[in-house]
Design a protein around this ligand. Structure first.
Ligand SMILES: NC(=O)c1ccc[n+]([C@@H]2O[C@H](COP(=O)([O-])OP(=O)(O)OC[C@H]3O[C@@H](n4cnc5c(N)ncnc54)[C@H](O)[C@@H]3O)[C@@H](O)[C@H]2O)c1
Length: 374
């Protein structure tokens, strides 16, 4: 299969534009993909300890063959690493390696590595070259595209960061082969999100091919990643700073983040699992308010269940400790809250989500209560 080049083009008057390359053997071919972007034959790689165990050596062997010098920074795996201490360590090492503004830093890993590395690149000498090499489905279809970079703070997730676009995204499907099933399914929920928010035909395609996507069958995973990236690119090109349409990408996230927050953003409920349940809740909330047909709620639930994604609060371990008050409190921390009122992304139907402002908190509280007692 030929690799696909997907252009991301912002306002033509700004220099921000880059390509997403999707396919096989991308990281094994630095001569073809990486070298043309480098000012000199030197890069730094940031990765985490899990990805390093599986993916680092093949990549660095290819760099050696291509005569590209490299230094490597390995951070601990997991959300816990998205903090000031790790950021400081990355920045100090990059300076010690002599990475200059025109040099490239490559984020080899999932969304955690991509988010913190991008943020570090935005600051290093006031901005060096940043290349995304996403190795999770979630990162390939979502976090590597669009330029949101961040770390967490004690006050919440992704609250400190910058918009900083990469120079290129190398989406090498081969890297997914070592990704655990649970992480694959979590990323798959984000793929389903694109169908639900804006492309019913894509959702129907996923109903037929979802299992092939998860089994990493080349044509299926490539198409699913490509269609997701196309949709994300189109949305972020139109609204880079999330002043409007970009919020649609949050379908399921306001409910999902509250659930993730209730588990302290721990491995008990990982992001894509929260999104999976959150999307079902968004559909159910919309149906309960006569905005969306009940038959679509059933289709969404059936599909997510058929591929092993969680759809109910009762699918989460220790769900008995959840309370509507706590979930509401967490939901009110959402970045889309305006003047104390909630904004939700709600579907009119599969493939047609809209941004709804001024949602009464009492109605969402009652909705949580009902779900916690059923
Ligand atoms: N910037 C954005 O627009 C954006 C969008 C969505 C999510 N995010 C962020 O992304 C993060 C979640 O990303 P994620 O789900 O990729 O998590 P992650 O980076 O923690 O990766 C998940 C796990 O898989 C491991 N892993 C990664 N690639 C692997 C591979 N090929 N083989 C084996 N193991 C591998 C990692 O070490 C980790 O343990 C969150 O911090 C979230 O806030 C950012």
């Amino acid at each position: 299969m030929n690799n696909i080049t997907l252009p991301v083009r912002f306002n033509p008057s700004t220099p921000q534009q880059y390509d997403i390359i999707i396919g096989n053997n991308i990281l094994k071919n630095p001569d073809k993909y990486l070298s043309p972007l480098l000012a000199r034959a030197k890069v730094a790689i940031v990765t985490d300890e899990h990805v390093a165990a599986f993916q680092l050596e093949p990549f660095t062997n290819s760099l050696k063959e291509a005569g590209i010098n490299f230094d490597t920074i390995i951070i601990p795996a997991g959300e816990e690493s998205k903090k000031f201490k790790t950021l400081e360590m990355i920045l100090s090492k990059l300076l010690a390696f002599g990475i200059e503004r025109r040099d490239a830093v490559i984020a080899l890993g999932g969304g955690v590595v991509g988010d913190i590395t991008g943020f570090a690149c935005s600051m290093l000498r006031r901005g060096c070259q940043f290349i995304q090499a996403p190795t999770t489905i979630l990162a390939q279809v979502d976090s590597s595209v669009g330029g949101k970079t961040a770390i967490n703070s004690t006050q919440g997730k992704n609250l400190i960061g910058a918009f900083y676009q990469p120079r290129a995204v190398f989406t090498d499907i081969d890297t997914l082969s070592t990704l655990p099933q649970r992480e694959r399914r979590a990323g798959y929920a984000e793929i389903v999100k694109y169908g639900l928010l804006g492309d019913r035909e894509f959702f129907e395609w996923l109903e037929k091919h979802g299992k092939d996507v998860l089994a990493l069958e080349v044509q299926s995973i490539s198409y699913a990643v490509r269609r997701s990236c196309e949709m994300k690119a189109q949305i972020v090109e139109a609204d880079e700073r999330e002043n409007g349409k970009r919020a649609l990408l949050n379908l399921g996230h306001t409910f999902g983040h509250a659930l993730e927050g209730a588990y302290g953003f721990s491995s008990k409920l990982i992001h894509g699992e929260g999104v999976s349940i959150g999307m079902v809740l968004a559909f159910e909330y919309a149906a309960a308010h006569q905005q969306c047909p009940h038959s679509d709620v059933t289709l969404v639930k059936d599909h997510l269940q058929s591929v092993g994604c969680p759809t109910e609060i009762t699918d989460i371990v220790d769900h008995h400790h959840l309370s509507a008050d706590r979930l509401m409190e967490l939901m009110m921390q959402d970045k889309k809250v305006e003047d104390g009122n909630l904004t939700l992304i709600l579907p009119n139907a599969i493939g047609n989500a809209v941004i709804k402002k001024d949602i009464p908190t009492s109605s969402v509280h009652a909705f949580w209560k009902q779900h916690l007692t059923t």
